[in-house]
Write a protein that binds this ligand. Sequence first.
Ligand code: NI
Length: 320
Amino acid sequence: MNLLDKLFSREIERRTGAHAISIYIEENREKRKRSRSIGASAIEASRETKITTRKSDTSFIRRIDLRFPWLKLAVVAVLGIIVILDLLNLTISSTGERRALAKIAPMSKHIKATERVIEGKKLVALTFDDGPSPLTTPKLLDVLKQKHVPATFFVLGNRALDNPDVVKRALDEGHEIASHTMRHQNLIRISAEAAKNDINEAKSAIKSIIGKTPAYTRPPYGNFDSNIIKSAGTPIILWSVDTEDWRSKNVDSIISTALDEVHDGAIILMHDIYPTSVEAVPKLIDAIREKGYEFASFSEISKIRGTKIKEGIIYYNFRP
Ligand code: NI
């Protein structure tokens, strides 16, 4: 009983007697009980709220994690399967590529006459001057490999030294490597000695890459004199079909020029340093084959025609 109660009870006692006092006290006791219990439930409620608040504070993933404990494992498993499939796919594709290369390599390693029927056919020789180029020559080699066409590359000594791998690749893939001199000088406009030096420099540069002296020479612009023939010390191979690819730089023009002039035993002149020339080659090969010709190397033509290609002689074509 607090002070207020005492005061009240005395007052009431004075007025209504003992009974009323006891009722009042009882009522107050009840009230206090109720308020205490309300307070307790309020605290209880607030605790619950706190718990609920804490629960709603937890992240979405945490809640998912709590509700579906197996889900994390399932996600990891699915991701794992995806990674494994991806790896398998990569493995399959690289194996496929290797298989494809393996199929091509043995045939193109040395282009054999048996893959192109050259007996009894009109023959043409494809020649490329002024390279090698690290950009265009490899693309050309891809095309020649795909089409099973041998060619002769009249390389410049200085460009060969800059791109020895391209020269080696051409040799490995069955093409002939010949000399177009060291630095593309007009040999008849320089001294006989300077011309001889240039020719010899090219010979040793090319030999340092392919392991043998180039078997043929093509002087720049097709210009030569007796000194140059002597200095070359090899057959001089010029051309009979000039595609003028360096001038037109046009695929259709290159092809139509070649088709107009092609003949049995033709030596076709092109340049592997121009993208348009390389672009024209696959179409040119198909068009020439369609006219009943087949491509052959110098040595194949000389063998099949029974003619020896001799040192000191100028060849414009290999007509039968
Ligand atoms: Ni040239």
